[in-house]
Design a binder for this molecule. Structure first.
Ligand SMILES: Nc1ncnc2c1ncn2[C@@H]1O[C@H](COP(=O)(O)OP(=O)(O)O)[C@@H](O)[C@H]1O
Ligand SMILES: N[C@@H](CC(=O)OP(=O)(O)O)C(=O)O
Length: 531
């Protein structure tokens, strides 16, 4: 639950803004990433990084290799198999150290064809020794959640008829068959999954703990298939379940936090195995093990990004790559406005703020390990590997930066509090929103304003007046009244609250003004002039 607040002069007025709570239980994409379960006031703390690393010039190599893969396909040869053949398999010699993490999201591994492409991408860098992190295939996590919900009410006998369960089964069996792998690769997993759904049907109950166990099957299956495929084409690979190799978390099922003990444990296991018997590690994203319960936990929707950055920090790797289905982090959500363009560089702080305020492209917590380890994160497109993507580092040249990206968080509830008795009152914000309202009603008039949206302007707050001047001009022209503005202590984010129904129109108008119109040149010139 995120809370933004505003103080005003007497009578003291305070506004809290809270999005609908993040839900692992929500099966639609709308349930993705709410920014964590803990109440948060204002903005993220400042990032503190120690040193900088070079990003490296590997993109051209990727592009060239992708071209080769395309040529192999044209000749009717499996791209990955051909690449492995050309390279004589990836030379996983004991002397070489693991050097990068490559994380592939669900969209990147949604079918057998996509798995071949991804294998080709990995093999395109023979000099790299990657740790590979995979999400569940395509929309498997959503399907598992829906199957679980249906199992609660359908009765044991009808479990086999659950549409989502059949889609999951068919997708994974088809993938294994198309990759010419034995069914045994996932047979046990599918059997266990069916048993679990029957168990849920029998109990007529689906707890958060069981939900985490249920969704873990997605990543457990995708990694087993992919590792088997690499081994089949002559690339030595080893599958790992994150909950078995030291990913220790809190027991907050659905949104667990990674504990410090994870870093040495994961490093020891992955490094130790690599030294003993080198094989590309293929690790399940998204999953961990609760430190008290010992049960499987999940890191919140999109948590595989966090798995990748955690491994990057644990092993002190050179670079963390997150491969998506877009050309990097974009100037706004392309689903809201398709003219969005790639943001070439970001700081960890900007990326964290962007993710926290709702950009689905990165998990909100994922920048933390990368920032702490000072390891560059590259966001790339597995469908378009030639595109340079976005490079996220500790620092970047900010002198010419005005606005970087616009983020929308919809379905937000705003709390409007008017009181003359709040001076000297403290402590109430640390509790949950319901309790906060209860407490506040003793001393203030409280209004819950629903269907609001937070528009976050991520950019150079040193130019806040310029950005706000421009933004307000645009919004005034669009006939939109801003209901609250918050900057807090952030160096990179200004947030505006508008009514939900006006939000998308605002994003388009702001994007046009800041990223498309000539008018931006004026702003830039002024900004340059001032610096
Ligand atoms: N600012 C943004 N930049 C890039 N993508 C965004 C942004 N906001 C929302 N998205 C959405 O995020 C998606 C990528 O994130 P995600 O689905 O988690 O990828 P993956 O499953 O490959 O890890 C994109 O397809 C895009 O629709
Ligand atoms: N499969 C999980 C974890 C994840 O990170 O997925 P993706 O990388 O596809 O966003 C989810 O859907 O939330």
């Amino acid at each position: 639950m995120a809370i933004a607040l505003r103080f005003a002069a007497a009578p003291l007025r305070l506004r809290l803004v809270s999005p609908a709570p993040p839900a692992i239980g929500g099966a639609g994409d709308g349930g993705r990433r709410g920014g964590g379960g803990a109440a948060r006031i204002g903005v993220l703390g400042r990032a503190r990084c120690r040193r900088r690393r070079g990003g490296g010039g590997r993109l051209e190599v990727a592009a060239a290799a992708a071209d080769d893969s395309a040529r192999c396909r044209a000749k009717g040869v499996g791209a990955a198999a051909a690449a492995a053949e050309t390279l004589g398999g990836i030379g996983v010699g004991g002397g070489d150290q693991l050097s990068v993490v490559m994380k592939f999201g669900g969209s990147s591994v949604s079918s057998a064809a996509r798995m071949r492409e991804v294998a080709g991408l990995i093999l395109a860098f023979p000099e790299e020794r990657p740790v590979v992190v995979l999400s569940a295939m395509g929309k498997t996590t959503n399907l598992l959640l829906l199957a679980g919900e249906k199992a609660v009410g359908c009765g044991v006998i009808r479990v086999s008829e659950i549409e989502e369960w059949n889609l999951i089964k068919d997708l994974h069996i088809k993938t294994v068959e198309e990759l010419a792998l034995p069914r045994s690769v996932i047979h046990t997993m599918l059997d266990e999954l069916e048993q679990l759904l029957k168990g849920i049907a029998m109990m007529k109950e689906l707890t958060l703990r069981t939900t985490d166990y249920l969704v873990s099957f997605g990543e457990c299956m995708s990694t087993r298939i992919f590792a088997a495929y690499l081994n089949k084409i002559g690339v030595k690979a080893r599958q790992y379940d994150a909950f078995d190799i030291g990913f220790i978390t809190t027991d907050d099922f659905g949104n667990a936090d990674i504990l410090e003990a994870t870093y040495p444990a994961v490093a020891k296991r992955l490094h130790g195995d690599w030294i003993r018997d080198p094989a590309i590690p293929i690790v399940t994203g998204f999953l961990g093990k609760g430190w008290k319960s010992g049960a499987v936990t999940t890191l919140g929707r999109g948590g595989s990004d966090l798995t990748a950055t955690t491994i990057g920090k644990a092993l002190g790797l050179r670079e963390i790559q997150v491969w998506k289905d877009v050309d990097g982090v974009l100037t706004c959500d392309p689903n809201i406005y398709p003219n969005a363009t790639t943001v070439p560089y970001l700081t960890f702080e900007e990326a964290a703020e962007l993710a926290y305020f709702g950009a689905q492209v990165l998990h909100p917590q994922s920048m933390r390990p990368a920032r702490e380890g000072d390891i560059p994160v590259r966001v790339k497109n597995s469908y378009n590997p030639k595109a340079p993507g976005t490079l996220i580092t500790k620092q970047r040249e900010m002198d010419k930066v005005v606005l970087t990206s616009i983020v929308l968080k919809s379905n937000v509830t705003m709390l409007d509090i008017v009181s003359t008795r709040m001076l000297g009152q403290f402590g109430f914000l640390a509790k949950e929103l319901d309790h906060v309202v209860e407490e506040l009603e003793k001393i203030a008039v409280v209004h819950l304003l629903q269907q609001r949206a937070i528009i976050s302007l991520i950019g150079n707050v040193r130019r806040s007046s310029l950005i706000l001047e421009k933004a307000f001009q645009v919004l005034r022209k669009s006939g939109v009244n801003v209901q609250m503005i918050s900057q807090g202590a952030s160096k990179v984010n200004m947030s505006l609250i508008v009514h939900d129904s006006e939000a998308k129109q605002c994003i388009k108008a702001l994007h046009q003004a800041f990223f498309e119109d000539d008018v931006l040149t004026e702003v830039e010139e002024e900004a340059l002039h001032m610096s």
